[in-house]
Write a protein that binds this ligand. Structure first.
Ligand code: GLN
Length: 500
């Protein structure tokens, strides 16, 4: 773990291409150690070799990726390259891509080719990045295990009998197995951070409104946010530099200055006040995970941070409030999939009602239907005040809890997930047990705050993620804390044995 050359190393790296971080690969491209075509081919070969086992991609775009790589090499030769030019990335199959199908892992969209690129895709294209393919996920991003995909589940590279987490499980598995140096994810209730935790990655959910949602298929619009899933905080910073910023096409995307997220990575964290919510260390947290988290916090203290206990008294309202609000929003968002305009259409409909009914009954999977039913119920006349309005009030209390906590601390730390990766099939019959996987991540989405997960060690031979949550617009600070931690630890460098 020690002596790993950093991006600043002027010599060629002795590591294989897939063992290098995005920033090391960017440095290698800049030095002309290899071309983007060579790099892209290397990852395409790894996908061809390993993805039969993992199922982390829904679509691989070999031809298009190599063409993009050749264009990137041209830009490099012409002197117009930027940091991500020529870097191959995997994109979650929730972002609309012109010419490449966008399925959201649903039979409903199995045949859907969007007429345009999502803003996030446009941003990576403008930066000269290469798209290796579209990653598997839970259907319409609903899940915590990547078992609800129409294309089959994804396996965790650390133990292929375990889930990779969800809903961005394909992105997580692909990066963990180094089939891509980094990927995008989306996080409505934890879908970047929880799979990052289960797969030993650094994942960041930005402040709500930091990254454009335009062209990102909506699950729960007041909660959804896209972000990077990478090996290191430095890599996540490089990606966020490309993804963040105002977009007039998304009315909730906020016009707030975008700093260079790499500029403050090395700032000292002496004096940083870390808040530890007592509610995040109680019942339900696996003791082996708890001890990894305690050790990680001790490491941050060695770097000069101080620890204060904080209280988030309405924490236990987060899961119930989320499971009213997210289904309510999804029931509205998914009403557009009606078999008429795009997506799956049933065979031989008798009439229009039959067309709607059967297209939706046949096109959506069980979890999506469960959410649509819960959401429709919660929004219906007579129940709206009892459920939806109550949940919105709980949401406000949760937001106020965080506001009070941030008077006492700069960053909140705790576990990302209550346990390490669980077995495939283990929680499928029990939706409530599955919903509790996000018990520590969901409140952040309800409040709209930024949060990240970073590799903090292992329990039961599986990765454990440390969660950091900051105040609005504190992404640079979170990345700084994570980067300093990664300079004195090597967990993020650990690779699953069968994919090293
Ligand atoms: N696991 C949560 C859910 O199923 C969160 C999913 C997400 O963040 N997209 O709703």
């Amino acid at each position: 773990m020690s002596g790993v050359p950093g991006a600043e190393n002027p010599m060629s790296s002795p590591l294989a291409l897939h063992q290098q971080t995005l920033s090391e690969l960017a440095a290698g491209l800049a030095r002309r150690d290899f071309s983007s075509v060579e790099l892209t081919q290397h990852f395409l070969d790894r996908i061809a070799h390993h993805d039969g086992t993992l199922n982390s991609f829904i679509t691989v775009c070999a031809e298009q990726a190599l063409a993009q790589a050749a264009t990137a090499d041209g830009a490099r030769a012409a002197g117009t390259a930027t940091p991500l030019t020529g870097i191959p990335l995997a994109q979650k199959d929730i972002f609309c891509t012109a010419d490449v199908k966008t399925t959201c892992a649903s039979k409903m969209l199995d045949n859907f080719i969007a007429p345009y690129n999502a803003s996030v895709i446009e941003q990576f294209n403008a930066a000269g990045a290469v798209m290796l393919g579209k990653t598997n996920m839970d259907e319409f991003a609903m899940g915590s295990s990547n078992e609800t995909s129409f294309y089959g589940g994804v396996k965790n590279p650390w133990d292929i009998s375990k889930v990779p987490g969800g809903s961005s499980g394909g992105s997580a598995a692909a990066v963990a197995a180094r089939l891509a140096p980094a990927a995008t994810g989306t996080d409505t209730g934890g879908s970047i951070r929880q799979p990052a935790s289960l797969c030993n990655l650094t994942g960041l959910k930005p402040t709500y409104g930091r990254v454009s949602r335009w062209g990102m298929i909506a699950f729960a619009s007041s909660l959804d946010q896209a972000g990077p899933m990478a090996q290191t905080a430095e890599d996540a910073a490089l990606m966020l530099n490309v993804m963040a910023g105002h977009d007039a096409r998304d009315s909730t995307c906020i016009n707030h200055p975008v700093p260079d997220y790499t500029a403050t990575l090395n700032d000292s964290i002496a004096g940083l006040r870390i808040g530890l919510p007592k509610q995040y260390f109680g019942e339900g947290l696996d003791p082996a995970v708890a001890s990894v988290i305690t050790a990680a916090i001790a490491e941050l203290e060695k770097l000069g941070a101080t620890v204060v206990e904080i209280d988030l008294p309405t924490s236990d309202l987060a899961v119930p409030a989320y499971y009213v609000i997210a289904p309510a929003e999804c029931s509205s968002n998914l009403s557009r999939f009606d078999g008429v305009r795009f997506g799956y259409r049933c065979e031989n409909p008798k009439d229009l009602t039959d067309l709607y009914k059967r297209s939706r009954a046949e096109g959506f999977g069980a979890e999506v239907k469960r959410r649509i039913m819960v959401g429709t119920y919660a929004l219906s006349a007579g129940y709206y005040d009892a459920y939806y309005v109550q949940a919105q009030k709980a949401r406000r209390l949760i937001k106020d809890d965080f506001a009070r906590a941030f008077e006492k601390c700069d960053v909140i730390a705790g576990p990302t997930a209550p346990d390490v990766a669980f077995g495939i099939g283990e929680k499928q019959a029990d939706p409530i047990a599955m919903y509790l996987s996000d018990i520590y991540t969901i409140a952040t989405n309800l409040a709209g705050l930024p949060g990240m997960s970073l590799p903090a060690g292992f329990a039961k031979k599986l990765p454990v993620g440390l969660q950091l949550v900051g105040n609005y617009w504190s992404e640079a600070r979170l990345l700084n804390v994570a980067h300093r931690y990664q300079q004195v630890t090597g967990w993020h460098r650990e690779l699953p044995a069968d994919f090293s």
